[in-house]
Design a protein around this ligand. Structure first.
Ligand code: DC
Length: 233
């Protein structure tokens, strides 16, 4: 296999179902490594938001494809907060509602959306020095990533965490609704035809149901250090 030279470091892929803790873990791991974190779920959310906002039906594949041609998503750091811009519009908070989660799960199954974001993610990570989190990073976006993790937790535990996040943000939801939303997204993300959620054969599985965030990040960091020292020899 061709070994790519990545001048800024290795590519770390973190995949797994929604609510497993990928975002927090990816952010902390990226900080410890001095790498850039790329939240690919936020990119799918931003695309879904703009499509809905533009009144483009998901069944109108030609319309979706045309929209994706000019889609530009970028991250910006502002006063320590990571902001998401889609076509120059700040969508950071708009993309985090339960409705957007379900809509994004459906939107992200569409081929034109996946093709556009696949290319954008590969461009962002190509030079290395990145931690990418998503569903298909280790299988499709960077199958040659030097380090791959598959982070899971039980449906109940993931729903409980999501529920607490939503309540803290002032959303009115019930735990039962959140369990059912999480289960529905799992189903949509795993059963879609293109780039479904799947553990790469060479990914390290980590179950976060009973572990604290710090322990998970420490285990991941140690694994990355091993890869990095092997790379230097
Ligand atoms: O990680 P998240 O919950 O913000 O992701 C939102 C949706 O985007 C999720 O339902 C699946 C989809 N997604 C995807 O299909 N591929 C990725 N690499 C990242 C997210």
């Amino acid at each position: 296999m061709l070994i790519r030279h990545r001048p800024h470091g290795i590519v770390v892929a973190i995949d797994g179902p929604s609510g497993a803790g990928k975002s927090t873990v990816a952010r902390l791991l990226a900080e410890r490594l001095g790498y850039i974190q790329i939240d690919t779920g936020a990119m799918y959310r931003a695309a879904a938001f703009l499509l809905a906002d533009g009144g483009i039906e998901l069944s109108d594949l030609a319309g979706v494809e045309e929209f994706c041609r000019d889609l530009e998503i970028r991250f910006e750091l502002f006063e320590g907060q990571k902001l998401v811009f889609a076509n120059n519009r700040n969508v950071t908070d708009l993309i985090r509602t339960p409705e957007m989660s379900l809509l994004t799960s459906r939107t992200s199954a569409l081929k034109p959306v996946r093709s556009a974001l696949l290319k954008a993610q590969q461009r962002m990570g190509d030079q290395g020095g990145v931690v990418l989190e998503g569903r298909d990073i280790g299988t499709v976006v960077f199958p040659d990533a030097e380090v791959k993790f598959f982070l899971t937790a039980s449906v109940e535990e993931r729903a409980r965490r999501r529920f607490e996040e939503l309540v803290a943000k002032g959303e009115t939801v019930t735990l039962e609704e959140t369990v059912s939303d999480v289960a529905e997204r799992d189903r949509q993300d795993s059963e879609r035809a293109i780039a479904p959620l799947r553990q790469a054969d060479d990914a390290v599985p980590i179950d976060s149901s009973f572990s604290g965030i710090d322990d998970v990040v420490q285990a991941m960091y140690a694994h990355c250090q091993l890869k990095l020292s092997a790379r230097e020899q």
